[in-house]
Design a protein around this ligand. Structure first.
Ligand code: NIG
Ligand code: FE
Length: 398
């Protein structure tokens, strides 16, 4: 086995308590959960954290990486992305900036381009996108399908995504594709039948874009059918909800015990109450890059945190509503636009994402957990929001 000593860490943020060993505890304060250590070191053996402590106390190792006073944080867990697509929608973005609101209709453009791409083209695009994420400090990414929307194109989207991550999500219920608009019910039948059967072997999760305000997305009744079928096929559940308007998405996700409900932009008091009651089961994943790129109001992160809701941050990286892979950018938005503290934003981008993916082995730097480390070109994690748009974070290659 190969023991690597990562030392010279000016500020180590473990997100796991100062001794690097405590389990994720929802009741702990943010300061406790941040687990900050100065002049620290980490020993990694075969990709797993074996020791965390002060650099002067560090045991010997086979190799040594000195980060020269930089800050080290857990690699970001981006629990929501749509990376399997071809083409772009920059024209739609420019039209939106000139006043055309987003309604999900542009997804059809990405579906056409994705269907026309070869497996090798999609694989190369995925490879480049995952590499971009790693270069920005992301060490785990969830990848959804949803631009195939036929049995064959959804199946290959997931098969290709699985080459790059364990966190693969079947999103056949993204929108009703153009050729199926005359018979929505038949498309929902297909998603819950032949498409699910072909896709389930490649996926851990199923997701649905439940948004009655969009003519392209799915109603509560339709979304319920998708979630039941997915659960019966052995998939775990996630929901896109309350992005464009108040609606049934959040309550549906909570009712089904989904791991996460994502967007949460337009919430009623009853939605917040449901999320409070679901803390420990259903995470509210906020995607403020979407509000940035669609010029929408930001979710009430402050209200959710103060009420006791489990909050995660993710990019939603996709060609329509948010074409950035940068978790540091999302953290900066969370702090500047949603009034999260830098500590809350970092926890939401690491531990929060891990909880949204029901993973105990990532999102923290803790003995026995995966050694997914991000090095910052800065002395402290607070620089992530303080220096927006700067290339501060990268995943550490051990
Ligand atoms: O999460 N809301 C639905 N799906 C994506 C956007 C997809 C697209 O516009 O291409 C989202 O925002
Ligand atoms: Fe999304």
């Amino acid at each position: 086995s190969d023991a690597v000593l990562v030392t010279g860490i000016g500020e180590l943020v473990t997100c796991a308590g100062a001794d690097g060993t405590i389990a994720v505890d929802a009741a702990a304060s943010v300061a406790q959960r941040l687990g900050l250590l100065r002049d620290a070191a980490v020993v990694v053996v075969d990709g797993v954290v074996e020791w965390v402590g002060r650099a002067i106390d560090a045991p010997a190792a086979d190799r040594r990486i000195d980060v020269d006073g930089r800050a080290v944080v857990p690699g970001f867990v981006d629990s929501h992305s749509h990376l399997v697509y071809a083409g772009d929608r920059v024209g739609e973005f420019s039209a939106r900036m000139a006043g055309t609101p987003y309604d999900g209709g542009g997804i059809g453009v990405s579906v056409s381009a994705t269907r026309a791409a070869s497996d090798d083209e999609l694989r190369a695009l995925l490879q480049a996108r995952v590499a971009e994420m790693r270069a920005l400090g992301t060490t785990t990414v969830e990848i959804k399908s949803g631009y195939g929307l036929s049995v064959a194109d959804e199946e290959r989207s997931l098969r290709l995504a699985a080459e790059f991550t364990d966190e693969v999500t079947f999103l056949g219920a993204h929108v009703v594709p153009p050729e199926a608009r005359a018979d929505r019910a038949a498309y929902v039948d297909l998603v819950c039948g032949a498409m699910l059967q072909a896709c389930a072997p490649h996926a851990r999760w199923i997701d649905v874009f439940c948004e009655p305000a969009s003519p392209h997305a799915f109603t509560e009744v339709e979304a319920r059918r998708v979630l039941v079928a997915g659960r019966d096929a052995g998939l775990e559940l996630r929901v896109h909800g309350n992005q464009l308007a108040a609606g049934p998405g959040v309550q549906l996700a909570v009712e089904f015990g989904a791991a996460s409900v994502d967007h949460c932009t337009f919430l009623s008091p009853a939605d917040v109450e449901a999320l409070v009651g679901a803390a420990g089961t259903t995470v509210a994943t906020l995607l403020p890059g979407v509000e940035f790129s669609t010029r929408s109001p930001y979710p009430d992160a402050r209200g959710l945190l103060d009420a006791g809701v489990d909050v995660a941050l993710a990019t939603d990286c996709n060609p329509g509503t948010c074409n950035t892979a940068s978790m540091p950018f999302v953290i900066a938005l969370a702090v500047r636009e949603m009034r999260m503290t830098s500590a809350e934003a970092l926890v939401a981008a690491t531990v929060g994402g891990a909880r949204a993916l029901r993973r105990g082995d990532i999102g923290r730097i803790a003995v026995g957990g995966r050694a997914d480390l991000a090095v910052l070109e800065a002395p402290s994690y607070e620089h992530l929001a303080y220096r927006p748009g700067m290339p501060l974070a990268r995943a550490l290659d051990l």
